[in-house]
Write a protein that binds this ligand. Structure first.
Ligand SMILES: *[C@@H]1O[C@H](CO)[C@@H](O)[C@H](O)[C@H]1NC(C)=O
Length: 621
């Protein structure tokens, strides 16, 4: 298999001179990119052949041996060296082994914000051969239980500040026999055990390899949650093989051990965990870890720690650019920004303001089998079609009917490729080297992401759910998302999940949830068109309380539109398209409109004045 791969690569390299005409003027950069890909592949293949098996943990141990005293993590002015990290994770692992209700290999759920203990605990669990479910620390109650249960975890390790959230679901956890450990030195609550004190006391002696001898490349390593098109979040299975490939993400973008990485994205998401954390293990860099993103601390942090690489999502870049200009804007050592979702106009402004920083915009999803990186710095693009890349990972854009929300098919029932310059749905062939592992305990959702009979009868593709466009120079541009999710503040929001929550509140009969665009903001903000139950009155503060107790802040509908009845004309989908178009302008919409007001703790009427302040940017959402 791998031999075949290498021959494909070599063959492609010899073909390149003949393709000069089509590849120029980016030929040189394309070749450099191929060279990097080739190097990554060779490293990967040789690691896959090592016995005993070589996993991400082994790379961490190599780095610890190579520079034991180097800082691995810097957090709130404390430095943790590679050796300290290794010892602390051994202590965590030994403490866990002594814990009744846990045995090596059991799946553990980690419910914790960004802090060093997150990384120590993950490494500890890797040493014990345990898969780890990375729970989003913003979720509560029903969602929390759902996420916990869908990966069959038997132990929950939670940060001390999340105690109340754990207590909310404790009766159910206790009933299921789950061991609940809290990162605190002392805990009185029955059913919750303190864990930090046990870690402090535990030995840092090595964990025998035999504890993880059952692990293969197919074993789940982490579960990362993604919002689905329907219902509650799904746990994407990231297996050991995929994690091993993921080691390359920073290294392939020129990051080395002398780099200092600024990690301010949540560790429960792919960007923070895989790119920031796992990526730094490969390069042996130092991570400046932040609890969360702060636009006002960003550049001061970068100066203080001589940061050279920053991670971003679109919102991060926009917030940085919207801060008032400062004289020292260009005074820093950042040379590379790597991330996803930066808009062309923000990109230009960013370079203008903060100087010559290389922006590496990429496209990838947690569970998907295709990814791109814009390695030539073309503003606005997420990547580039490359002959070799397409041979290895066959992908294409197909025509898509956004009204009916399905791919367009021809008379033979096959999909139709979108010509250059036209928007189409990105689909990528599922193969041995581009597998789609799917979601834990969710065959139905896994099946939904597969598309059959795309270009030939019987073929099988992964449906990315993303609409893209390829221009004449082969650059790929992200256009939009299809279906029932939208992004707000860097998080995916599943519209059906939000409507489910709304309709279990008193008074509301139906709820149709969608995202609307607001000038000056990335993504879409949540809005719900609802109907009331017979005789019920809209009670803003009641709905507010309901929404706040069930949904994380980014998923709460900011606007509510009250309708007399759900419109019957057209399909449900068409209706949504119309609602999205009408947006939230009280000047155009006759129905009563409300806006969520955090100060008033209620939904209050949306006036024309508030509307114009939002549009002019005086009110930030
Ligand atoms: C911690 O455990 C790892 C193996 O799991 C081992 O290689 C390392 O030497 C241990 N560290 C210490 C300080 O004993």
């Amino acid at each position: 298999m791998m031999i075949y791969l290498i021959s494909v690569i070599l063959a492609s390299i010899f073909i390149i001179p003949f393709a000069i005409k089509t590849l120029s003027p980016y030929l040189w950069l394309d070749i450099l990119y191929l060279k990097d890909l080739l190097r990554i592949l060779v490293t990967f293949v040789s690691r896959r052949r090592r016995r005993p098996f070589f996993f991400v943990l082994d790379r961490f141990l190599e780095q610890t041996a190579a520079h034991p005293d180097k800082s691995f993590i810097v957090f709130e002015n404390e430095h943790f060296s590679y050796t300290y990290t290794d010892r602390r994770s051994n202590q965590t692992a030994n403490a866990l082994l002594a814990q009744p209700g846990y045995k090596a290999g059991d799946t553990v759920a980690l419910f914790m914000g960004n802090e060093p203990a997150f990384m120590f605990t993950w490494l500890a669990l890797a040493k014990l051969g345990s898969p780890v479910a990375l729970l989003n620390h913003n979720i509560r109650t029903k969602s929390l239980l759902h996420c916990f249960n869908c990966c069959k975890a038997t132990v929950l390790i939670a940060a001390s500040e999340l105690k109340a959230a754990v207590e909310d679901v404790l009766p159910t956890l206790t009933e299921q026999g789950v061991t609940v450990l809290l990162m605190t030195k002392h805990c009185d609550s029955p059913g919750i055990e303190s864990f930090s004190d046990k870690v402090d006391e535990a030995s840092d002696s090595p964990l025998p390899r035999s504890l993880r001898s059952h692990i293969t490349f197919k074993s789940p390593a982490v579960y990362i949650y993604t919002s689905g098109t329907t219902g509650l979040p799904k746990a994407a299975v990231v297996n050991q093989n995929r994690l091993l490939t993921a080691l390359a993400v920073l290294a392939s973008n020129g990051v080395t051990s002398s780099d200092v990485i600024y990690l301010n994205l949540p560790l429960y998401h792919t960007a923070g965990f895989i790119i920031g954390f796992i990526g730094s293990i490969e390069t042996g860099s130092t991570i400046i870890l932040k609890r969360k993103f702060s636009a006002s601390q960003f550049w001061d942090d970068c100066r203080k720690h001589s940061v050279t690489v920053v991670q971003y999502i679109g919102e991060v870049m926009r917030y940085l650019c919207s801060k008032p200009k400062r004289e020292n804007d260009k005074d820093h050592k950042v040379k590379l920004a790597i991330g996803n979702g930066i808009r062309a106009e923000v990109w230009k402004e960013f370079l203008n303001r903060f100087g010559n920083i290389e922006v590496r915009e990429f496209y990838a999803s947690t569970e998907g089998n295709v990814g791109f990186v814009n390695y030539v710095g073309k503003i606005g693009a997420i990547g580039r079609v490359n002959f070799f890349h397409q041979k290895l990972f066959p992908f294409t854009l197909i025509k898509y009917d956004t009204e009916r929300d399905e791919p367009i098919r021809d008379d033979n029932g096959l999909c139709v490729e979108a010509p250059k310059g036209e928007t189409g749905l990105l689909v990528s062939k599922i193969t041995d080297i581009a597998p789609f592992v799917g979601y834990a305990q969710n065959e139905e959702q896994t099946e939904r992401k597969k598309l059959r009979n795309v270009l030939k009868k019987g073929d099988l593709y992964f449906n990315s759910g993303d609409l893209m466009r390829i221009d004449n120079d082969n650059f790929i541009y992200f256009q939009d998302r299809v279906g029932d999710t939208f992004r707000w503040k860097g998080e995916n929001v599943a519209t059906n999940e939000v409507s489910d929550i709304l309709t279990i509140s008193d008074g509301l009969k139906e709820a149709n949830v969608y995202g609307v665009q607001v000038p000056g903001h990335e993504g879409r903000i949540g809005m719900a068109a609802v109907t009331m139950k017979e005789g019920a009155q809209f009670d803003g503060s009641r709905i507010f309380n309901h929404v706040v107790s069930y949904l994380p802040s980014y998923a709460r509908p900011r606007f509510i539109r009250i309708q007399n009845a759900v419109e019957v004309t057209g399909t449900f989908k068409q209706m949504k398209v119309k609602l999205v178009e009408e947006s939230f302008d009280p000047g155009c919409i006759q129905d009563p409109l409300y806006i969520l007001d955090n100060e008033e703790k209620s939904y209050i009427p949306l006036t024309a004045q508030v509307y114009s302040s939002i549009i002019s940017g005086n009110i930030k959402l």
